[in-house]
Write a protein that binds this ligand. Structure first.
Ligand code: AMP
Length: 560
């Protein structure tokens, strides 16, 4: 250990813990009158937000919530969720943001595993909750969240309805200081195998993540995504990685915030128009749904900046959004990383390049943000060169990465092997520091000794004018180990078979952008591609479906 100079604080010097409560206060300082909007149901200003957070803290404390307890929320994106993201951690408890799109068995597993003691349940989920209530092992009490006039529900040990309880509670609460390393939030991530795993983030981590996100999105001139005049609407659910942490950023900066409830593409467009939304974030499939909405056909989305992450942003979607006036910027992260790790950035060299080159870099995972360290390693943990060519597993260090999986020390140690967080993503790093995600390790297609990125193939296939959506997976093949298989959703009035797809891909093979082994020998034409609970391509489900179709010689399969 270096013998550095550490000076003990003066007597009485305030030891400032990085707590979430600090983020709440500044928004109102900047802009008192800016609104928090919930659909067409409610709108209020920042001083009211602060007051409501205090009221909620009083309600929870009166209900028996103590520091260290876990309080779960089952809601769509709402002002209530925002209030919970502050009030629950601010009283020293942990908010468990339940992924309401998981199966009831998985929800039950996560609630017992997280040791939830209190649950706030939207009236839409009362049936679901009651179906599992008998098997919940740690829950004491419930609270009802509802937009309906009827403020009652058949929930076990119900304390009352949220708005009524808030109205009756005091608007003052003395939020104490405590250790900044206290856990503030938790939620579960589902992998390809096994039970969901619980990640968790401390106050200190979330405060630093908030500062990191606002720096990356607010100060990097080549992308300049977020400023205090923006109007924010999430389109990544609040249950998934705290809506990428943006509600904390928006509140800290005093932005107008618009919460859309359950995502309905037509309604999202309506809200965008009515509330003059300028900043959002989502996974590519959700953006595709918004662009496909009827209301979007006549809309000019000029001025709408959207950060795309969670899956690769392909060129076709970038171009389609641009044609509608949307400025897309790619970012990268995962449940384990808070989530933001990197965001597209164009340095002077790229800014001087062609529009085409700039676009190439706007859709890559981007440059690690301040305080983030990224490297690539081989299977033995050896560091690999950042030359833009060599592929390896992306590993990370940052002050806001989950430090393990809750109550799963072995899996946590695997995640952190060698002192770096292992992402499970294959990437290249180039000399400009740009991360290019090549694929999930488990999704890379190994065919005839070659490694083919399913993301590359999806990108190139999506450039075919008839293709509306595409997913590519590797399917076991006795001769080649694996062969790529493409699932396509075709635009109305078009036709594509395996032969036409081959013709489309051939020029990319000739140009050396693609291995000739990457051309799928079989494709399936479907009306919908299975998605996960957060709207990503569900490659696990897709592999199962393909095996079944092949066994049944299904008619919608097209073979070379
Ligand atoms: P999740 O934990 O569900 O948020 O998923 C995280 C995973 O999404 C990452 O490990 C990547 O495989 C993928 N992902 C996130 N952002 C990007 C991106 N910009 N490009 C490609 N893949 C991404």
């Amino acid at each position: 250990m270096l013998q550095t100079r550490v000076i003990p604080p003066a007597e009485g010097a305030y030891q400032y813990p990085l707590l979430i409560k600090r983020l709440l206060m500044s928004g109102a300082r900047y802009e008192k009158t800016r609104e928090i909007v919930y659909r067409d149901q409610l709108r209020y200003s920042y001083p009211t937000l602060i007051e409501r957070v205090a009221r909620l803290a009083n309600v929870l404390t009166a209900a028996g919530v103590k520091a260290g307890d876990t309080v779960a929320v089952m809601d769509w994106d709402s002002h209530r969720y925002l209030e919970c993201m502050f009030a629950i951690p601010m009283i020293g408890a942990v908010i468990h943001t339940i992924n309401v799109r998981l199966s009831p068995e998985q929800i039950l597993y996560t609630m017992n595993h997280a040791e939830d003691r209190f649950v706030l349940v939207n009236s839409e989920f009362v049936g679901l909750y009651n179906a599992i209530a008998g098997h919940l092992t740690t829950v004491d009490k419930t609270l009802l969240l509802t937009d309906l006039p009827d403020k009652t529900a058949d929930l076990p040990n119900l304390v009352g309805e949220y708005e009524q309880l808030l109205a009756a509670a005091s608007s003052q609460y003395d939020f104490q200081d405590f250790d900044e390393n206290s856990v503030a939030t938790t939620f579960y991530t589902t992998g390809t195998t096994g039970n969901p795993k619980g990640v968790y983030f401390t106050h200190r981590q979330l405060v630093l993540h908030t500062m990191g996100v606002s720096t990356i999105m607010g100060s990097v001139d080549s992308v300049r995504l977020l400023g205090t005049n923006d109007v924010y609407m999430p389109i990544t659910p609040m249950f998934h990685v705290h809506a990428w942490g943006l509600p904390y950023v928006a509140t800290m900066l005093g932005l107008k915030q618009v919460y859309p409830g359950r995502y309905d593409p037509e309604y999202l467009v309506e809200l965008w128009r009515k509330e003059k939304v300028t900043f959002s974030h989502c996974v590519p499939t959700i953006l595709q749904m918004v662009l496909n909405a009827k209301a979007a056909q006549s809309a000019d989305f000029g001025g709408w900046k959207i950060v795309i992450g969670g899956s690769a942003l392909n060129r076709a979607l970038y171009d389609a959004a641009k044609a509608k006036g949307i400025q897309l910027t790619a970012a990268y992260g995962m449940s384990e990383t808070g989530p933001l790790v990197s965001c597209a950035h164009l340095n002077d060299e790229l800014m001087a390049g062609t529009e085409d080159e700039r676009t190439t870099y706007r859709i890559k995972a981007g440059v690690p943000g301040p305080l983030v360290e990224a490297a690539i390693v081989d299977a033995n943990g050896n560091f690999l060169p950042a030359d833009g060519e060599t592929q390896g597993e992306l590993v990370l260090r940052a002050p806001w990465l989950t430090e393990g999986y809750f109550n799963e020390p072995k899996k946590g140690a695997e995640l952190w092997a060698g002192g770096w967080l292992h992402t499970g993503d294959v990437a290249t790093l180039d000399t400009m520091g740009v991360i290019d995600i090549r694929d999930r390790i488990k999704d890379v297609i190994k065919t005839g000794g070659e490694w083919i990125s399913s993301l590359d193939l999806e990108d190139l296939i999506s450039r075919h004018p008839a293709v509306r959506e595409v997913a590519v997976v590797g399917i076991a093949d006795p001769q080649w180990g694996e062969r790529p298989f493409a699932l396509l959703v075709i635009r109305e009035g078009h036709e594509v078979g395996a032969k036409e797809l081959k013709e489309h891909l051939k020029p990319f093979v000739e140009l050396g952008h693609l291995s000739k082994w990457a051309i799928p020998s079989q494709i399936a034409l479907v009306t919908e591609i299975p998605k996960t609970s957060v709207g990503k391509l569900d490659k696990k489900r897709i592999r199962i479906d393909i095996t079944e179709w092949q066994a049944n010689n299904s008619t919608f399969l097209s073979t070379l």
